[in-house]
Design a protein around this ligand. Structure first.
Ligand SMILES: NC(=O)c1ccc[n+]([C@@H]2O[C@H](COP(=O)([O-])OP(=O)(O)OC[C@H]3O[C@@H](n4cnc5c(N)ncnc54)[C@H](OP(=O)(O)O)[C@@H]3O)[C@@H](O)[C@H]2O)c1
Length: 134
């Protein structure tokens, strides 16, 4: 008989460090919350400090003993990706779990400050891969 998976099936990730990109809403916030609930130190990311701080507060409200912090990251900017990586490395943390969740979908035609097309594809996934490789 098949069993439905639930977040309660997640095993302990105590002591692990998780970065979840695009974790201010939706799937990213849900993933960050469950990783925190199961013991991980979670680094939330967002394009803006305002949304990031709000997400940290919301997560702490949902998981009272959450170990969570925010780092600014705009995956449509290589400059921002480099700053994020430097800020993360400066903390001296290991990275155990990376969830490349951030993405945009069906947005109108536009270009980033660095001249890349913000296209209908989830292009931030592509740039986020660069984060991992940087
Ligand atoms: N929901 C669906 O049905 C569905 C279906 C297929 C694929 N997906 C993919 O699954 C992922 C999550 O979907 P969702 O519905 O949960 O999305 P969502 O609620 O719209 O959240 C998207 C997240 O991506 C972040 N983001 C957007 N542009 C960014 C950028 N340039 N740099 C860094 N972060 C950026 C946003 O953070 P800030 O605005 O705070 O920066 C936000 O937290 C996305 O990649 C989406 O393409 C979703």
């Amino acid at each position: 008989m098949s069993k439905t998976w639930a977040a309660s099936d997640i095993t302990s990730v105590f002591g692990k460090v998780a970065v979840v990109t695009g974790s201010t809403s939706g799937l990213g916030f849900a993933a960050a919350k469950e990783l925190a609930r199961h013991g991980a130190h979670v680094v939330l990311t967002s394009k803006t400090h305002e949304k990031g701080s709000r997400a940290v507060a919301d997560l702490k409200k949902a998981v009272s003993n959450a170990s969570v912090e925010f780092l600014q990251l705009d995956l449509s900017s290589f400059g921002s990706i480099r700053s994020f990586v430097q800020s993360f490395l400066a903390k001296g943390l290991s990275l155990h779990i990376l969830i490349n969740n951030a993405g945009v979908f069906c947005c109108p035609h536009s270009k980033t400050a660095e001249g890349f097309e913000v296209c209908k594809l989830p292009c931030t996934h592509t740039l986020s891969a660069c984060t991992t490789l940087a």
